[in-house]
Design a protein around this ligand. Structure first.
Ligand SMILES: [Zn+2]
Length: 300
């Protein structure tokens, strides 16, 4: 087996690569009331997704912060996302407060197609937001909506990465699919976009976008773990294509709402690194260096 056998081994294993720790661009912290609703949805996953989804890390907020610390995660983007109008600004303000009390967390923001979006996004960027989450499936919106055009432009100009859930997995939405989001990239080719879940299940198309747009990245969230391999198998040329863009892949995990231990995601990545042309330089890039650069760690 390559990589850490369990969560207790993760931090030491990462230090063994010569890294100060992990940088995770895709974790979630939410206001308690929202977090409870999200977990209730996962608890009903057999009805919602057609399969059970037992949340692995269901502690208090403080316990979850400490779990990440124990795993050696030294920097992360706590991502929030609205499912209806009127929540984006409130969530963005809440997460700024969270980042102010948790040193490993960078301030983030979110967006939603609504008249106030440019105002609150611009304010968040001025206040130091370093990463933005856009959830096309949960939000149920078209990312090409005109009201969002200026928001994408603002992010492209600021060079602040947006983690975009625009793939069809785990459930397709009205406007999911990488061809839809590519329309946004065509208009804003300088946008720094991190395709969450490597665009699952359209992983090959996600790699095509990485090849075509120099500021597009993939995150590893739920990619290559047992839970998703059946529904979203990796393309046969996955590692060969990673070797072409080793600095455009970043660690993401969806902590805490995953149905398996954190170590399993790290092991999946360690397994890819066994392929020709990858190895430890690839691991150092994915697990720390690229994420640290995207989140501008060390510049605070
Ligand atoms: Zn997520």
């Amino acid at each position: 087996m390559f990589g850490p056998a369990n969560d207790a081994e993760v931090a030491d294993w990462v230090r063994g690569l010569g890294l100060p720790g992990l940088v995770d661009v895709h974790v979630h912290f939410l206001p308690e009331s929202v977090q409870r609703k999200v977990w209730a949805y996962f608890d009903d996953a057999e009805r919602n997704y057609g399969r059970a989804w037992p949340i692995h890390y269901r502690g208090s907020e403080q316990q979850r912060v400490e779990t990440l610390r124990a795993l050696g995660v030294i920097g992360y983007a706590p991502l929030v996302y609205p499912h209806k109008p009127g929540m984006g600004e409130w969530l963005t303000e809440w997460v700024a407060g969270f980042a102010a009390r948790v040193p490993e967390a960078v301030p983030t923001a979110t967006l939603y197609p609504e008249p106030s979006v440019v105002r609150y996004l611009d304010a968040a960027l001025r206040d130091g937001a370093r990463c933005v989450k856009a959830h096309v499936q949960v939000g149920g919106y078209d990312p090409r909506e005109e009201v969002l055009d200026a928001a994408w432009g603002l992010l492209a100009d600021a060079g602040v990465p947006v983690v975009v859930h625009c793939g069809h997995g785990p459930l397709p939405g009205e406007f999911t699919g990488l061809s839809v989001f590519e329309d946004v990239l065509r208009r804003h080719p300088r946008l720094t976009a991190v395709l969450a879940h490597a665009g699952m299940p359209e992983i090959s198309r996600a790699l095509d976008l990485v090849a075509r747009y120099s500021r597009v990245y993939l995150d590893t969230t739920m990619v290559g773990v047992g839970f998703t391999l059946e529904s979203a198998p990796l393309p046969d040329d996955w590692t060969a294509r990673l070797a072409e863009v080793p600095d455009r892949v970043v660690l993401g995990t969806d902590f805490p709402s995953v149905p398996y231990p954190y170590a399993e995601q790290v092991r999946a990545i360690a397994g890819w690194a066994q392929a020709p042309g990858l190895g430890e330089p690839f691991l150092r890039a994915v697990l720390h260096d690229t994420g640290a650069r995207l989140l501008a760690l060390g510049e605070r």
